[in-house]
Every structure is written in C-alpha cells, then in structure tokens.
Design a protein around this ligand. Sequence first.
Ligand SMILES: O=C([C@H](O)CO)[C@H](O)[C@H](O)COP(=O)(O)O
Length: 213
Amino acid sequence: MKLQLALDLVNIPEGIELVKEVQEHIDVVEIGTPVVINEGLHAVKAMKEAFPNLEVLADLKIMDAAGYEVSQAAAAGADIVTILGQAEDASIKGAVEEAKKQGKQILVDMIAVKDIKTRAQELDALGVDYICVHTGYDLQAVGQNSFEDLHTIKSVVKNAKTAIAGGIKLETLPEVIKEQPDLVIVGGGITSKDDKKAAAAEMQKLIKEAVHA
Ligand SMILES: O=C([C@H](O)CO)[C@H](O)[C@H](O)COP(=O)(O)O
C-alpha cells in the first residue's frame, strides 16, 4: 500500500518546499488538477527533476484526446496519468495504449460515476493500472466520502490496483486502510497541518502496520 501526497493549492516553488518536508514518508507526489491548470505540465517536469526517486502523478482528469494528453504528460516526466472513468471506452483504450508504449501507468478517477460497480468491471477489462474512488471537494463539502465505494470496487476488480482519494484525514485513515487499497491519496489531510512531516509520518506508520498485519 502506497501513500500519495496530492498538491492542489500551491504553486511550483511552494509544492517543492512542501515535498522536501515530507519526501521520506510518501511514495507518490501528485500534481493536482488546479496546479496543472495554473502552471501547466511545467509543474510535473519541475517535480520530477527535483525528486527523481518519487513517482509523479499528473492529475489531468483526461476526458478526450487521451493518447495525445498521456504522451504530453509522459514527456514531462509523469509516471502515472489520470483519466476520468466517465470518458468513452475509446479514450480509455487510447490512454492505456499510449501509457504502455511509454512505460507509464493510467489511474482512472471514478469521480461522478453513478454505477461504480459496473464501470469498475468494464475499466478493469480495459487494462487500466489503477481504479480510484474519489469524493471531490464539492461533495466533501456536503459530508460525503468514498469508503463504501472502495469496498465495492475491492469486491469486483480482479486485475487493476485500487485507490481512494477525497478528504482522507489521520482520523479516517484506519477505516480506509482496513479495505487494503493499493494506493491512498491524501491532500489536505497533510497539507493543511502545521506539522506536515509529522502528519505524513503518522500516516505512513499506520499504512505500514496495516500492510504487515
Ligand atoms: O483530485 C483532487 C480534487 O479533485 C482537486 O483536484 C484532490 O487531489 C483529491 O481530492 C485529494 O485531495 P484531498 O481531498 O484534499 O485529500
């Protein structure tokens, strides 16, 4: 089980400073969608250059022109690129094909997918690397989470790795990790803390304990 730090509300220098603090406690650093919108793929390139030993995920939330967009993120240094679960199967196939060609991975974000169970099975058959349940900021604001959806995908996905994102905090992490996802994605649960290093270290400790339990 890996820990991914999501950077959403920072610019490139702030993001690099933040990762310097927590780098030994995380596996993957995410260049979040708002950062890509503000800074472009330069943010991915800068992060990979600064931290070549960390995996870098570009949260492009691709909806179309998938092969091309994956190729651009890969050229910038991304190891994992996101596409939306609601995208057409043709787009998912294009993303998977391009990622394989480049030696990269595709994470499908299930945000706003209504029938999680059926779509997860379809995506699994299309050969994606990760399927990620996700409660975005706008539904976190009305008290929702993806814990039940994680249970649902864990019960049907056979080949892909599973992931979860959206409002995960230290207090809710135990409920998440008991489902044994392959990847836990945390943004504000680390970045909003005064002591970010301590928060990331504590999360990493809980994850390691769960893996070895
Ligand atoms: O993907 C995200 C969101 O849609 C904004 O881009 C976040 O990276 C994801 O939700 C993780 O961040 P937190 O919810 O703050 O943990």
